[in-house]
Design a protein around this ligand. Sequence first.
Ligand SMILES: [Zn+2]
Length: 493
Amino acid sequence: MFPQLAEVTSLHLEKRGASPIQVEIGIKKGLPLFHLLGNASQSMKESRDRIRMAMEASGFSFPMDTIVVNLTPSHLAKKCAFLDLAIAIGILKATGQAKFSFPENTIILGSLSLNGNVLGERDLLPLLWFRNFSETDTVILPGSLRGEIIPQGNYIFLESLSDLSFPSTVEKTAKCEIPLIGEPEESWSSAFLSDSQSAALYQLCIAALGRHHTLLIGNPGEGKTMLAKMLSSLLPSWTKEEVESTFKGSLSTVLYGRALEVGKRPFRSPHHTCTEQSLVGGGTPIQPGEISLAQGGILFLDELGEFKEKSIESLREPMEEKRIHITRVNGKEILPADCMILGAMNPCPCGNYGSKKLCNCSHQRIRSYLRKLSGPFLDRICLVISLFSNDEKRKVQIKEKDMKQKLEDSFQFRQERMASESWKRKPNLIKEDLLEEYCKKYKINNFSFRKRRDWMSLSRTVADWNLSSEIEGKHFLEAFEMISSGSWLQEFC
Ligand SMILES: [Zn+2]
């Protein structure tokens, strides 16, 4: 007797994108066996029982014959459970239980629960984004993904396998509108700030422009958190190129977070009790941490002194490399982590150091408080902005619209400069001889190598802020002043 045959298509995520997988089903009379061929992982081999339960719970019968499932191309190692649904539909087709007919080019994605529900978390989204669907393609997706940001196409959403007992409807989704110029949720329109607050905001804008890691140290009530929040709404919009590279260039689940936040740059503000894993990523399967979710934006660590030392230390690698390597038993992944880290903390345990109020903290106590930030971590902080309370009465009005426009213009300028110049790959690299010249000129010789490099790259950013393609003396000087403003910290570290 000839075997009953069927073939369906699914997708598989691999290094270079999403490639189609043909799922061939052959059923013939014989012992009730289930063979999964084509480089399927051990975990996929468990799918048999899941598929069987799901089919029976949905009112279909699972053939008690020899079933051969062949996945091609066979050179790809297949380990995802998203093939469950494709295999189940293939079996239904082969055994003639299917009452449905799908359009010709149908791609099936989804896993199954024992009661027949079609599952698929947002992990599925990268698969959709990496695949350029043609107009004739139809994609079968779990119902839970209805309403998510998905590419333009034809979709059939299935809640449960039993939905296949009825004819299914194809829903066309419109061209995916990624809002490129997303308005931030929290808008402050205008604010009255003291001179030192507005100076801090100005420095924060420059730091954000160049994504320089920054520490905001100040007495309680001086508006550290307020300034950070104000900055979040000033961040420039994503450029089309950046959205493209974030969506297509990185093969990680960060897409999941990004898909939701695209349009406006992320401003992530994890609580100080968060674990190391939630900060830098990890787990099984590997999930991106806050630092990756802040890609392109700001990771704000309020009350930095309260974070666990281990968590702070774990940021060292990504701060430097702008990406993070996560190795776990079940694999390793490189996640992007190119964001500005902005920490905020009090200067001492009581908070009054540097202000007119009495600070009861001994030198030793302040020292051990600030010591929580290790030397290597502080080394990676480019800018320390101090915000000590004083008797300033004058308030200046800052308009959100103006600041935002300024940052947007500078950002545009910086992007264009970096694209046109030969140091595109290393935007902050500046000739060593130029550095020497300025060190001599300003009689600076106590900067460490890293500090000098920070100074250089901050000077470049200051020049960008002023829309200048050359770094002029005044830019070096301004950057030098900014960098030196945290030098009081050295007394304690
Ligand atoms: Zn104190």
